[in-house]
Design a protein around this ligand. Sequence first.
Ligand code: NDP
Length: 446
Amino acid sequence: MKYKSKKEFLDSVVDNYSDQKEFHQAVEEVIHSIWNTAANNEEYCKFNILDRIVVPDRIIIFRVPWMDDKNNVHVNLGYRIQFNSAIGPYKGGLRFHPSVNLGILKFLAFEQVFKNSLTGLNLGGGKGGSNFDPKGKSDKEIMSFCYAFMNELYRHIGRRTDIPAGDIGVGAKEIGFMFGQYKKIRNAFTGVLTGKGTNWGGSLIRPEATGYGLVYFVVEMMKTRKHSIKGKTVTVSGSGNVAQFACEKLIELGAKPVTLSDSSGFIHDPDGITQEKIEYVKKLKSVRSARISEYAKKYNVKYTKGKRPWSIKCDIALPCATENELNLDDAKELTGNGCYVVAEGANMPSTTDAVHHFINKKILYGPGKAANAGGVAISGIEMSQNSTRIPLSREKVDGLLKEIMQRVHRTCVKYGDKGDFINYVDGANIGGFVRVADSMIDQGIV
Ligand code: NDP
């Protein structure tokens, strides 16, 4: 082993990428789990898997010039991180948000490698996006930006190379514009993006998949304690794609979601968010600049400005907004109020010390790379429908989603069972790592 200790290895990552704090956080979490597995395996050491797995295959950064409705010219940065293709073509979303930078996208792409491995599908890991802010932009401006973004990205992606999808700020509309431009430039209709409209190659249940899959994962976690989700009170953060469909599935299974949030604040609806209210949120949030505070006005419930919903008493908490939105104080407040299930719809929403708190308390804590794997899994199913040209029914895709989430859960239990509780962080990291590391060894030093 090249490194004397875990610390020496982690210090080397920090030294090499000093300004990428979210990436350090993601690497540290994985390394804590996989250290013994990696350091005690002669083959992994001989092939220097640890050093190799934290370096992306390639990083593409490019200029995105576009014109607004008043004929002003703007420039944003575009990125695609192609992190690891040991088990399949790069796969992962595109994020359009002003906070996007290299460190954030590297953390997301790194996480994606393990997540995609856990699904059991042949998908490598990647992520991309831009610091473009879609909020307050007209449809014409969004289209103009998406075209400009694809004018460069097209040369780096392809259905056998790299298949991007959506993420924060990139939904069906943006995927449509980017797909249209890719098709025009390449003169080829291929499944190069997922999350497409169902009229032109999209899969049924793809929009719902991350949120539904999250709840299926929670059901599996609760089964390990012979508990049912029915009747449980659930706090949810975010009010975008993942949060909306998580609520929808919770309602269907008889649980009671009571909160939603956005970057401005959160609403608390103690009577429970119903399907009718979720339909309202879907419509409201189809305009990106709309605020969740409108919900409070419409349904006469409490809105708390500038705060997240973790002070509200619940059995289950589902962070579904963004990274580092749940800190140690929040974690203590949640468990202090009786919350015993936390499952992450968002990527890395809990800070490192919050995660340690959940593990020390031995609650059911499902990290994002396992709990939110349903989205990419159904993207994989969309790819296979595009290849075979045979669309699957809603029931079939939903059944596959459930099956895949159960498989992800089984892998977590296999590698994370500590006897008196299941450490899902170890389970997800080791389960995801072994498959990728073994495949890297099979393919030599590339
Ligand atoms: P959306 O853009 O649909 O919604 C994002 C939600 O999060 C909005 O409510 C938004 O509020 C809120 N949010 C964004 N940034 C912040 C912030 N800095 N602080 C507080 N709230 C914020 O995105 P998704 O629902 O698709 O994604 C949510 C999370 O789930 C992300 O972490 C994403 O990576 C992850 N994820 C998504 C998948 C998918 O299939 N879509 C798959 C797997 C993971 P506001 O409107 O104010 O910006």
